[in-house]
Design a protein around this ligand. Structure first.
Ligand code: SAM
Length: 212
């Protein structure tokens, strides 16, 4: 977020909206469940069709104001719940009979561009990365989890082949001082990969020299 951008200016542009609308056909009305409301792009596009109603969920605490704005635009047609979509069964009345349930998984630009939340590599704020309703922050994870578990998270959730190398570098750094910001974490990862890659390159060069 640059200095002139306030939180009120943060926006998310919905992706693949036309494809979603062509699949769920809101032009015939009905109730739709938007499990990842975000900036409300999907919900708004659905509500533009008369006879539609949206039940929306998002775990993020900053999202309520986007939902309230949309509710004013389309009175009595949007119900917003700040919750995790894993609670869907408890939130939605079984009589609702929705026409479609939508999940737009991932992170929104509203979250990414808010430097306070530390999702950006460049953020120098506290290493939080909380999406909302979390038990732990990213700070807790990188500064407390053991090497094996960290490596597993980085490998499976990050789809990162150098996960062990990165986990090692995290442990080594935090032995001296805690990792406090996203840009510190990003540099640890960058250096771990750089050293690893140049080590591998040297190894390969040695092997090639033996054969030449
Ligand atoms: C890619 S954005 C959705 C953007 C939205 N379709 C739009 O048009 O603005 C993903 C949203 O899912 C929310 N989210 C992620 N995991 C969630 C969960 N387990 N339960 C509820 N919301 C979740 C995030 O907080 C984020 O706002």
């Amino acid at each position: 977020m640059n200095a002139t951008m306030s939180l009120d200016n943060l926006k998310h542009y919905p992706v693949m909206l036309d494809q979603i609308l062509s699949i769920i056909s809101p032009q015939h009305g009905g109730t739709f469940i938007d499990c990842t409301f975000g900036g409300g792009g999907y919900s708004r596009a659905i509500l533009k069709y008369p006879g539609t109603k949206v039940l929306a969920i998002d775990r993020d605490k900053t999202i309520k104001k986007y939902a309230e704005k949309l509710s004013e635009e389309f009175p009595n047609r949007l119900n917003f719940y700040r919750n995790k979509f894993s609670s869907l069964g408890q939130l939605i009345n079984s009589k609702e009979n929705p026409k479609a349930i939508i999940f737009d998984l991932g992170i929104s630009s509203i979250q990414l561009n808010d430097n306070q939340r530390s999702f950006s590599f460049n953020s120098k704020n506290d290493l939080s990365m909380e999406m909302g309703l979390n038990k732990y922050t990213a700070y807790d994870v990188v500064n407390n989890y053991d090497k094996k578990y960290l490596s597993k998270i980085i490998k499976i959730l990050g789809e990162e082949k150098d996960s062990k190398k990165i986990a090692n570098a995290i442990i080594k750094y935090r032995e001296k001082k805690p990792i406090e910001t996203s840009d510190q974490l990003a540099n640890i990862i960058k250096n771990a990969k750089k050293n690893y890659n140049s080590y591998k390159k040297n190894q390969l060069q040695m092997i090639f020299h033996l054969f030449l």
